[in-house]
Design a protein around this ligand. Sequence first.
Ligand code: GLN
Length: 493
Amino acid sequence: MDIKELITKPSAQQRQALLNKEVSAVELTQAVYERVENTDEKIGAYNSLTKEYALETAKKVDEKIKNNEQLPPLAGIALALKDNINLKSYPTTASSKILENFISPYDATVTKKLKNNLIPIIGKANLDEFAMGSSNENSAFKLVHNPWNLNKVPGGSSGGSAAAVAAGEATVALGSDTGGSIRLPASYCGLVGLKPTYGRVSRYGLIAFASSLDQIGPITRTVEDAAMLLNVIAGPDEKDSTSLSATLPDFTKDLRNDLKGVKIGYIKELCSEGLSDDVAEAVKKSLEIYKSLGAEIVEISLPLIKYSIAVYYIVATAEASSNLARFDGVKYGYRAKNVNTLYDMYVKTRAEGFGEEVKRRIMLGTYALSSGYYDAYYKKAQQVRRLVKNDFDNAFKKVDVLLSPTCPHTAFDIGSKIEDPLSMYLTDIATITANLAGIPAMNVPFALDKNSMPIGIQLQADCLNETKLLNVGFKLEEAVQFDYSIPLKTLVK
Ligand code: GLN
């Protein structure tokens, strides 16, 4: 197979070619960079490239192959790393002016694991500033264009990670998900996106947005690749006290199990009102497919979903306002010039360094935490959050997996929602409850709408039950054979 085509395939095919010595890892990595050179001007997926590191890693892979040493499963497979995850000695900007010149002094735990597995990191992927957004239009540097239609958003906040994989500028990617930022871009770009259980993956070295919600996870072309990448990054970490010490299964082991007797609950509140016709049709079809695969379909009501956007945008902004206090011009990155006093320096640095959306969140969060309003907003939100979790606990007594669309509609036009934050926040209606409850959730690409844009189905499982989630996702993928490769062909002739 031509190397230009090979880099657009899932990892298993690339690995086979490496092991058969049809290509070297260095050639594979170079081919990816060639693709980046040809396409990224149109896409904007990368904030910066990490070529020296990637080629050094590829060389190590080739050494191992030459010496017939055992090769980790994703060794030599090109990865895009969201630019809010540290890679030592390279920039980490979170797509913010305030961190524009910041060089990471250390590796995130996930990055260390990528290194141990000899996975070449191609570059740092663009995102909404500090991962705040649903369209990647909040990057301080540049827009990301959806590879399926360059006039559409790729989704956010991990828009660069998803666009890189969809455009063939990486085979797999890591994103972070606080309220849907892995699943939404995966859905808009026709890819698999998995937010693991809260605590499954260490957050050490991820720039914090809302620490009780943030989780790192894979964006890939196939469910199997997502399971393999989760195998690499999951596990307890003494540097993150919220990481879980639960035993680690091999996440690929149950992928092919049949679905006889598996109970799938479609979420009434997310599957009825407010969906575009094409998305509603897709949900219906997905349920028919599951039925034909032997699963039992049940309706599940989660009535508190109607409060979840409000709860999320109080909890997430409150935590963000506290987390972002550290960017003050003293310890990191940008510092305002021509200031007279220390106070002046703080104020100017933050006024000039943060973008509009980040400032909006800091103000909302500070308000929600202020004495006098704390009980009415933050405390109330936390109480409702608990009730949301109770709803899920009850649901998972009845079913194994919950199903809904990932988003009520497909990718929208660049510029069409940016002036209206509330309508932007509403795109997260289906995704944020998984973060509030800490449960694993995944987007599986399903079909195209009438404008040929991808529609994604969201699956959610109980805490630590990623293997079931991946199994149910794999079976849907196998049944629908979604063609992720359409933009790969149209982008480069
Ligand atoms: N769109 C949501 C927000 O803007 C989720 C972001 C995320 O998951 N990082 O907060």
